[in-house]
Design a protein around this ligand. Structure first.
Ligand code: ARG
Length: 510
C-alpha cells in the first residue's frame, strides 16, 4: 500500500473531506468527526436492518474494488489488502461489525480497522447512494427467484391433484351460491392459471430489478474512469441503469416487486378462502400437518395455515401501498426516506414465499371427499343452465329455454330423481310454450342434462370442465411449468456464474 500512489483516490471520498486525515481505528473511523453522535444516532442508523444486505454489500464492495484495480484507480496491492479484509469481515459476520450509520459505513470502518487508511480507498468513485441501490437489487433478485420457485411448487401440487380428480364433480359457485357443477380438476387449474401469471409477473419484475446502478455515485456520476458495465457483469446484472440520477434515486423496482408479491399473495388468499369454506362444508379435509387444534375445544380441527396464508396477503398489500406511499412525491435525487423502503419488502417477500409453500403443501395433502362433492354438485338445481342449453340446442330461443327452466326451478327440489325433475321441466315447458318437452328434446337427454357428471362432460369447450378439455389444460399447465422452471434455472445459473467469476477475480488479488 502506498500513500504516494499517483492514482491515490482516497481523498475523493466524502468521509475524507473534513480534512481529518486517514488515521484508522476505533468504531468511528469513517467520518468520525461529522454528525457521528447525537440523540438521533439510533434513529438514523439502519445497521441492524442492513443485515439483509450484508452479503450483498460485500459482493458489491468486491466487484467495485476489482474494477477500481482493473481501471488503475486503486493500486493492485491495496486492492488485495482491501479484498482480504473483506473476506475476514465476512467470516466474522454482520454481528461483529463496528458501529456505523449503516452496513456500508460499518464495513468500510472494519476494512480501515484491519488495514489502515488505505482501506478508505474502497469508497473511491462511489457513494452510499449507488452502493445501497445496488445492494437492494442484488438481494431482491434472490427473494424474487425464491418466490418464483415457490409458485412452481404450488403449481405442481395443483396440477398433480387436478390429475387425480379430472372426473370428480363438485359444485361451482358464483356469489357463493351453487351455480353449475364442475370438477375438482377444473377448479384447481383455475388457480394454476393465476399462479402462472403471478410467476410471470415476478420474472418480469426480476428483469427490471436485475440492472446495476453502481457507478452512479451520489447521483451525478464521477470523474474517475469507472467501468460500470464491468461491475454490472461481476455482480451478475443484466446491464446498468444508465442515467446516474435515475440509478441512484429510482426505487420503482421495489414498488413493482411488492406489487407482484401482493398479487401473488392475493391469488393464494382466494385459494385459502375457498379451501376454508370447502373444509367447513365437509367437501375437503386438510391433512393434520396443515391444521391446528384448539386449546380448549377438543373436537376442533382448524385450517389455521390457510388463515395465515390469507393474512399474509394483508401484509403484502400493505407493503405495496406503503412502498408507493413512501416514494410518492420524493424529489430527485436521494432522500433518506429511501432507507425505510426496502427491508420490509425483503421481509414480505419471505412471508409470501413461505405462504406459497404452505399453500402448496396444504393442497398436495388435502383429501377431497368424492361422495360429499358428488352429492353437493347437484344441489340447488345446479344443472339448470345445462338443461336450458339443451332446450336451446333443441331449437328454442335461449331466452324461452331460460324461462322454462326458471319456472321448473320453483318446483325442483334437492333429492328429486332425474325422472321426477324431468317431469317438472316438462310441466314448465307446457306452461310456457303450450308444447310438451318432447317437442324439442328427448326425455333421455333431459335426464342426462340433470346429472352433474353428464352436465360437466357436455361442457367441453376449450378451457371448460369436461374431462377431455381438462386433459388439454393439464398438458398446457405442465408445459408452462417446465418453461418457467427453465427460466428460473437460467437466472440462477447466470447469478452463480457471475459469483464464480467475481470470486476468481478476487482471488487474483488476495
Ligand atoms: N443507509 C442508507 C440507505 O439505505 C444509505 C445511503 C445513505 N446516503 C445518504 N446520502 N445519506 O439509504
Amino acid at each position: 500500500m502506498t500513500d504516494d500512489d499517483p492514482d491515490a483516490a482516497a481523498d475523493d471520498a466524502d468521509e475524507a473531506s473534513d480534512g481529518s486525515g486517514g488515521a484508522a481505528g476505533g468504531d468511528t473511523a469513517v467520518r468520525r468527526d461529522r454528525f457521528s453522535g447525537g440523540p438521533a444516532r439510533e434513529f438514523l442508523s439502519s445497521l441492524a436492518a442492513d443485515e439483509a444486505i450484508f452479503e450483498a454489500d460485500l459482493a458489491v464492495d468486491r466487484a467495485h474494488v476489482v474494477m477500481l484495480a482493473e481501471q488503475g484507480i486503486v493500486d493492485e496491492a491495496v486492492a488485495g489488502e482491501i479484498l482480504g479484509a473483506l473476506d475476514d469481515i465476512e467470516a466474522a459476520g454482520h454481528g461483529a461489525l463496528p458501529d456505523g450509520e449503516d452496513v456500508h459505513e460499518a464495513i468500510e470502518t472494519a476494512v480501515i480497522d484491519r488495514i489502515g487508511p488505505d482501506g478508505g480507498r474502497m469508497h473511491t468513485a462511489r457513494s452510499r447512494n449507488d452502493e445501497v441501490a445496488t445492494c437492494i437489487r442484488y438481494r431482491l433478485r434472490e427473494d424474487l427467484l425464491a418466490a418464483v420457485e415457490a409458485t412452481l411448487t404450488a403449481r405442481e401440487a395443483l396440477v398433480d391433484v387436478a390429475g387425480e380428480h379430472a372426473e370428480t364433480v363438485m359444485p361451482g359457485y358464483t356469489h357463493l351460491q351453487p351455480a353449475q357443477p364442475t370438477t375438482v380438476a377444473h377448479y384447481l387449474l383455475s388457480y394454476e392459471g393465476g399462479l402462472a401469471r403471478d410467476a410471470e409477473r415476478l420474472l418480469d419484475a426480476y428483469d427490471r430489478v436485475n440492472r446495476s446502478p453502481l457507478g452512479a455515485a451520489a447521483f451525478a456520476g464521477t470523474p474517475f474512469d469507472v467501468d460500470r458495465d464491468r461491475t454490472a457483469e461481476l455482480l451478475g446484472f443484466d446491464g446498468t441503469v444508465r442515467n446516474s440520477m435515475d440509478a441512484a434515486a429510482a426505487r420503482d423496482f421495489l414498488a413493482e416487486s411488492a406489487g407482484a408479491l401482493a398479487t401473488l399473495a392475493t391469488t393464494l388468499s382466494g385459494l385459502a378462502e375457498d379451501l376454508i369454506i370447502f373444509s367447513k362444508e365437509g367437501l375437503v379435509e386438510l391433512s393434520d400437518a396443515y391444521s391446528s387444534t384448539s386449546s380448549i375445544m377438543p373436537q376442533k380441527k382448524n385450517p389455521d395455515t390457510l388463515e395465515l396464508t390469507r393474512g399474509v396477503a394483508g401484509d403484502a398489500i400493505g407493503e405495496a401501498t406503503g412502498t408507493l406511499s413512501l416514494l410518492k412525491g420524493l424529489p430527485r435525487a436521494y432522500n433518506r426516506d429511501l432507507q425505510r423502503a426496502h427491508a420490509s419488502v425483503f421481509e414480505v417477500a419471505g412471508d409470501v414465499r413461505e405462504a406459497t409453500e404452505v399453500a402448496a403443501g396444504a393442497v398436495a395433502t388435502a383429501d377431497w371427499d368424492e361422495a360429499a362433492l358428488t352429492a353437493a354438485a347437484g344441489e340447488g338445481f345446479s344443472t339448470a343452465t345445462g338443461v336450458a342449453d339443451l332446450l336451446a340446442m333443441g331449437g328454442l330461443p335461449f331466452r324461452t329455454a331460460h324461462e322454462i327452466v326458471a319456472a321448473a326451478a320453483e318446483a325442483v327440489e334437492d333429492g328429486d330423481s332425474p325422472d321426477a325433475a324431468a317431469a317438472k321441466v316438462d310441466e314448465a315447458a307446457r306452461k310456457v310454450t303450450g308444447e310438451p318437452l318432447s317437442a324439442y328434446v328427448s326425455r333421455e337427454d333431459v335426464e342426462s342434462a340433470l346429472d352433474p357428471a353428464a352436465s360437466v362432460a357436455s361442457r367441453d369447450s376449450a378451457g371448460g370442465p369436461a374431462p377431455e378439455a381438462v386433459a388439454d389444460a393439464l398438458a398446457a399447465a405442465e408445459a408452462g411449468i417446465e418453461t418457467d422452471e427453465d427460466a428460473l434455472a437460467a437466472e440462477r445459473d447466470a447469478l452463480a456464474a457471475a459469483s464464480e467469476t467475481l470470486e476468481a477475480e478476487v482471488d487474483r488479488y488476495v
